[in-house]
Design a protein around this ligand. Structure first.
Ligand code: SF4
Ligand code: SF4
Length: 75
């Protein structure tokens, strides 16, 4: 099964907790602010993500979602 990791830019307030907790150093804060003036997190190195979900558990604003998707390479 494959997974999709998404961060809601407008929900994120750029606290950096997810960046700090990620064991694979996948996440960074953007240089561009969202409409509220916060610098949201994004996956700078998505290829390193192991979908452990620690970032989503840590996020106080529930801005990170990890969902199962159809793995097309396995079809
Ligand atoms: S799911 Fe795990 S490895 Fe992937 S970005 Fe979040 S904390 Fe890092
Ligand atoms: S923990 Fe949540 S609110 Fe904080 S930077 Fe990460 S995604 Fe944004």
């Amino acid at each position: 099964m494959a997974y999709l990791h998404t961060i809601d830019r407008e929900r994120c307030k750029g606290c950096g907790l997810c960046v700090a907790v990620c064991p694979k150093d996948v996440l960074e804060l953007d240089r561009e602010a969202n409409t509220k003036g916060y610098f949201p997190a994004h996956q700078a190195r998505p290829q390193d993500c192991i979908f452990c979900a620690m970032c989503g558990v840590m996020c106080p604003d529930v801005a990170i979602r990890i969902e199962e998707v159809q793995d097309e390479s396995a079809a």
